[in-house]
Design a protein around this ligand. Sequence first.
Ligand SMILES: *[C@@H]1O[C@H](CO)[C@@H](O)[C@H](O)[C@H]1NC(C)=O
Ligand SMILES: *[C@@H]1O[C@H](CO)[C@@H](O)[C@H](O)[C@H]1NC(C)=O
Ligand SMILES: *[C@@H]1O[C@H](CO)[C@@H](O)[C@H](O)[C@H]1NC(C)=O
Ligand SMILES: *[C@@H]1O[C@H](CO)[C@@H](O)[C@H](O)[C@H]1NC(C)=O
Ligand SMILES: *[C@@H]1O[C@H](CO)[C@@H](O)[C@H](O)[C@H]1NC(C)=O
Length: 454
Amino acid sequence: MNLRTLLAYGLATGVFTTLLLFTIHQYNSSHVARRGHERQVYQANLPSENTLRSEEQMRRTVIQVQEGVPATCVPQKKFAFIKTHKTGSTTTINIFQRYAIYNKLKVLMPVGQGPLSWPFPPKENEYVHTPDEKYDALMHHFVYNKTWLLTKFPSETKYISIIRHPFGHLKSQMNYFTLAKVLKIKGHGNAVKVFLHDPWQHRNRSETFFPHVNITWDGTRNPMTFDMGWPAERADEEEEAREYISQLDAEFTLVMILEHLDESVVLLRRLMCWGLRDILLYSKVKNSRPYPYKNYVATPEELENHRNWSAVDYMLYNTFNNSLWRKINAQGQDFYDELNYYRRMKHRVSDHCARIGRKRKGQPMVISPSKWNAQFEVDTTYCRYIKKRKPMPLDRKMRGRKYTKKEMSYAVIDQIINYRLLRKGLPTFNNRHDAFAAGITHLRSKPRVEKPPA
Ligand SMILES: *[C@@H]1O[C@H](CO)[C@@H](O)[C@H](O)[C@H]1NC(C)=O
Ligand SMILES: *[C@@H]1O[C@H](CO)[C@@H](O)[C@H](O)[C@H]1NC(C)=O
Ligand SMILES: *[C@@H]1O[C@H](CO)[C@@H](O)[C@H](O)[C@H]1NC(C)=O
Ligand SMILES: *[C@@H]1O[C@H](CO)[C@@H](O)[C@H](O)[C@H]1NC(C)=O
Ligand SMILES: *[C@@H]1O[C@H](CO)[C@@H](O)[C@H](O)[C@H]1NC(C)=O
């Protein structure tokens, strides 16, 4: 119903744009310049076989956008959302969960609640198999491995992720993974400040070897690029990392930027040909934790040290922030009109949903059609979905049933738990079942939230 209404509406008002895909073989700039009404969008979603593509080569595929022609874009229903750590991915996964639920997608789900796998692709018994071994979507923590993904997902699958500024990320990592303890940085003051005075001095502790997977991970050094598939040991290979990142830029349809979240989700809607109802986020509650140095602003020296230390993550961030804005600029002024509209609707829908309690069934709110959306209803179910702060309830919904205790014992455990085991001189584990089999039964699961100073 949605798409039909959308198309009909587009025809009626004549404001929809056509997306035409063509490759550079036919492309030349004078040709485009002559036709002033056309705008170009650089398309990052190239065939994955093309490896190590440079930025220049990437420009070879463009989408032409024409105004005044009804939209012929087709909603993209196959995607892999690479859920990076501490980047706002727990907030944004809501979009992908809802999309999967409303469109009845076959999601490649972990057997237990939590990450899909870390850091290697899941073993056969760690994810829920569909009868035909075909999947539409993936959205749980998974260290990006295109080779493996291509064995489960068709080539037209869109790759999406989210990252944030590396300094904000460092603060969040430090707090969540209790890295002050790992680094043995004393006191309850500002561990980030102490660390950034000389990151290299802490290297022997920040680089952590996890025996159960035979892998080194560093929570302070390039952790985002690690989630995107760049090994921690290769932190110093900057030229190779640069090539890898430009390959990612070619493989991903969109890497959202937390600092520009509204812009990112509006662009997501456009690139995926989704609806406004698909991308709205609840504006009232955020999945954020208070901690002492959360609002700390680094000195120029500290920032310089961080740039030096985590150079690959800065490269990743700059590449994808540029990529985001390049794609936004290619959309033209209409993008900003939609952005304003999105923000207004987000607050309207959030206000409405805030008033609808768990039990109280309110009248659905009707969102009228606009240039960018067909009419839709915001009902109690929709409100319940967008208000979820944690992925668990919608995971259960996608799964179609509750997780059993046994399944939960196979859930991949967080590094935070393995850090605790390491501090006690114990082995590390992939899941509770393995830990239990080795005689370790007390695994605290909840990360401790450090209280801000009084
Ligand atoms: C990525 O997946 C492929 C295919 O399953 C596998 O052979 C390879 O070892 C994986 N790489 C990493 C780093 O996990
Ligand atoms: C790590 O390095 C620091 C200073 O460079 C040193 O004091 C500490 O003993 C080292 N720790 C380990 C575990 O090697
Ligand atoms: C662990 O990884 C290293 C290199 O990363 C490799 O040389 C070694 O063989 C691996 N050990 C095991 C037990 O897989
Ligand atoms: C980091 O600093 C060291 C020495 O101060 C320098 O040799 C190195 O090139 C710097 N690296 C980056 C990425 O700035
Ligand atoms: C991202 O890039 C844009 C455009 O270059 C810039 O205006 C913006 O400040 C950058 N964002 C961050 C958070 O650095």
